[in-house]
Design a protein around this ligand. Sequence first.
Ligand SMILES: [Zn+2]
Length: 314
Amino acid sequence: MTTALFSSPACLAHATPPGHPESPDRLRAVLRALETEPFQYLMRVEAEPALPEALARAHTRELVEAILGPWSVRARQEVYFPIDADTVMSAGTADAARIAAGAVMGAVDLVAAGTARNAFCAVRPPGHHAERARAMGFCFFNNVAVGALYARAVHGFQRVAVLDFDVHHGNGTQDIAAEDPDFFYASTHQWPLYPGSGRADEQGCAGNIVNVPLSPGSDGVALRQAFSEKIFPALRAFAPDFVFLSSGFDGHRADPIAELCFSEMDFAWVTRETCVLADALCAGRVVSALEGGYDLAALAHSAAAHVEALMGRP
Ligand SMILES: [Zn+2]
């Protein structure tokens, strides 16, 4: 069975001001890397926008309506409408954000139906900082949380899990999962670092949150140890029906905005091991969505290594 690749040109139309690290060039770099020969058999799917009702499984109605309504109008009138110091809307943002979340939902559909073995969503804006009631940190809607709650509501997968290896803590996903005993969230992240959450003692209502903060300078050995010794055993005990990956590649040693020292081989290792575990626990159901990654070459190489691992290449 094949790996699906979800994306959309609409994700390039979310413009950010000159010099902003979360630029359309990031997605261009990823998609270019996935045009090369090893990826010729990917099932390429154009993502559809999530409906407001689907977004409201993870977010308050007020946030969904603000982003799709008045803030979008402001962004069209003013070119850039900042909703915080680093989270900026443009004319294309609302559509891109709906499609980024819709990509994860579409990937869930294909994987649930057995049409694809697993899937990677090459999308932006990213999602894991978006909380239930607040957009922040370059994120508007929490793409993986929208997809996970869709998998549960529409496909009947009761227990959903998100593993997040982005260099930043996914405060948004944790916010949405923390009081929901059937929603597992685990994260490795540099600490201290933005957004400041993700201490090891933040464990959710039922031990369903697992945070493994890593000190600046930590390398792939620390990443593999965190997953082998803490995250994978907890995931096995949770017994998920569906696994999601928040795939941020800003922990790469070349990344300019943080100080972890992972390589593309480390991202491939986490991906492969996650797929092995998902094979044993939930018929291999894995959907991955792009989060951060700000060195264009490292991002492209890392995303390629990640997708090769999803495809089952050693
Ligand atoms: Zn990040």
